[in-house]
Design a protein around this ligand. Structure first.
Ligand code: SAH
Length: 222
C-alpha cells in the first residue's frame, strides 16, 4: 500500500460534498460535521480507491476488515456526544478513521485493535497525521484498565454482549455506544447507547439496525 497524505483542493471539495450528504442523513451535530470535514479519509484507503473515499460506503482495508461507512461513523459519533477534553476509548481501530474523527473533536483518544497486521499498518498511517491518538494492540473485551475510567466508550465491531469490563471502565455519567448482535440470519446489530447513571445504574436506548464485522476475542492474525 502506498500512503499519501497530500490533501488537495479536490479532496477538500469532495469532503465538503460528503458533509452536505450527511446533513441529509440526519447528522445535525455541527461538531461532528466539522470533524468529518477536517479528516482526510482518502489517506486511509489505497491510492487506487481515492475516488471512492468520499462516497458514503464502507470499504475493505485489508486483513478482512473494513473502514466504516462515513454516515455510520458520523451517527455513532453523534450518539456518543463528544466534547473537547473527554477521554474516549474506541474498540476496533481498523483503518484509524473513526479515531481521527474523535481526535479532531478534541477528545483524548485511546484505541484498541486485535488484528496484528492491521494494527501495525494503521499505526504507521496515524503517525503521519496531526492527531495524537494512543494505539494499543489488544483485546477490546478487556479494555484498558491502566487508563480507565473513560468518559466515553465506542465499539465499532458487532458485539455479542455488553462487555462487563468495559462497563466497569466507564465513568458514572459516561456513555457507551455499541452495535449489539441481534442474532438474526443476516447477522445485523442494533445500535445501543448505554448511559451509566451517577448511581451506576444503566439506561439503554436503541437506534436502528447496522452491519459491522464481528467483535472477536483475543489478539490474532485472522
Ligand atoms: N473504527 C474502524 C472500523 C472498524 S472495523 C474505522 O474507523 O475504520 C472493526 C475493527 O474491530 C476491525 O479492525 C477488527 O479487527 C476490530 N476488532 C474486532 N474485535 C476486536 C476486539 N475484541 N478488540 C479490538 N478490536 C477488535
Amino acid at each position: 500500500m502506498s500512503i499519501h497524505t497530500e490533501d488537495s483542493y479536490r479532496h477538500k471539495g469532495m469532503r465538503k460534498q460528503l458533509v452536505d450528504l450527511l446533513r441529509t442523513k440526519n447528522i445535525s451535530d455541527e461538531s461532528v460535521l466539522a470533524a468529518i470535514n477536517e479528516v482526510p479519509r482518502h489517506v486511509f484507503l489505497d491510492t487506487s480507491f481515492e475516488e471512492l473515499a468520499y462516497q458514503d460506503i464502507a470499504f475493505p482495508i485489508g486483513s478482512g476488515q473494513t473502514i466504516s461507512q462515513p454516515s455510520t461513523v458520523a451517527f455513532q459519533t453523534q450518539l456518543l456526544s463528544v466534547s473537547k477534553g473527554l477521554k474516549v476509548l474506541e474498540i476496533g481501530t481498523g483503518s484509524g478513521y473513526q479515531a481521527c474523527v474523535l481526535a479532531a473533536m478534541g477528545a483524548k483518544v485511546f484505541t484498541i485493535e486485535r488484528q496484528r497486521n492491521l494494527f501495525f499498518k494503521t499505526k504507521e498511517i496515524l503517525e503521519l497525521l496531526p492527531f495524537h491518538i494512543k494505539t494499543f494492540l489488544g483485546d477490546g473485551f478487556e479494555g484498558l484498565p491502566t487508563y480507565a475510567p473513560f468518559d466515553r466508550i465506542i465499539i465499532t465491531a458487532g458485539a455479542p454482549e455488553i462487555p462487563q469490563k468495559l462497563l466497569e471502565q466507564l465513568k458514572p455519567g459516561g456513555v457507551m455506544v455499541i452495535p449489539m448482535d441481534k442474532n438474526d440470519e443476516e447477522q445485523h446489530q442494533k445500535m445501543l447507547r448505554i448511559t451509566k447513571m451517577t448511581d451506576s445504574t444503566i439506561q439503554q436506548e436503541e437506534f436502528g439496525d447496522f452491519k459491522f464485522v464481528p467483535m472477536l476475542k483475543e489478539i490474532g492474525n485472522d
